[in-house]
Ligand binder design. Sequence first.
Ligand code: SF4
Length: 345
Amino acid sequence: MTHPNSDDLLQWYDINAREMPWRTPPAEKQAGVKPDPYRVWMSEIMLQQTTVATVRDYFIKFTKRWPTVDDLAAAEDADVMAYWAGLGYYARARNLLKCARAVSQLGAFPQTYDELIKLPGIGPYTAAAVSSIAFDEPSPVMDGNVERVMARLFDIHTPLPAAKPELYAKTAELTPRARAGDYAQAVMDLGATICTPKNPACGICPWWTPCLARQNGTAAELPKKTPKKPKPTRHGIAYVVHSDTGALLLETRPEKGLLGGMLGWPTSDWCDEPSAAPPLDVKWTKVNAQTLHTFTHFNLRLDVMVATVEGVPMVSGRHWVEKHAFQPSALPTVMRKVWDIARKA
Ligand code: SF4
């Protein structure tokens, strides 16, 4: 049996590497250009649970506004949260800032897995990816694409997530000591462009010869996955109140919890049967449409209530935003959906 070889994949990568705004192409690396750890780190944080296509524009916007880790460290929290709006998983944005401030204090990004993992918001995957891609440390890097490639290459039928340790061991075994960063990106590119979930293009794969799933005709059924439980649905009420001066009543959500630190409309709790908790004692009108949104662990259905008040009365924990200063793009997606319904009411 021929064993898969990292050199075969690296040769393929040298010609086929995808272009990414955060990536140092293999030819440039070989000419001595060093990847910028700030850009590598930011891309890895943004790419968690998010597609490359979505991340591109956010990455460009962020690095234009804050070109270095010191610039980001000095940013206002609200500014960063507003730039992150729409990208989801908002704890990442809060940790991005915490981590930037920690790195700025250190003076530079640490270069090893063991040091990187001590930073806020950097877990085992991100520490491995940054140490490998930015500093060429041979840390095994395993994301969903890599899991799929390893399961097929070695014809592993144990379902995910139970298969993870076995797949990680294979990932580690294949990671070379030289060009570890290029290799990590090469496996990801292979998974994204050739060894795709449906219809893998085995005929043009650099690992065609050694791949066991290709030999056994099992590629299409791998990786196996333990079926997920259906998501529960929670309910809630969102309140959109206009002042007759044109201002809107918003709140900054508590730091801890879902959408933490993000701007949004006042809402009730999100549960099976929410009790009404309007922010003002006025006449509310229920809009004849619901906001539907999917979070990682549940679906949310929000009723939308609208009201108009005179002036801008003080409301504890909430603040008025003048219409000219209101930017729907600074809201997280679920709150933007609420606005889309409320503004047509
Ligand atoms: S030969 Fe096919 S199944 Fe195997 S790694 Fe390549 S694309 Fe994936």
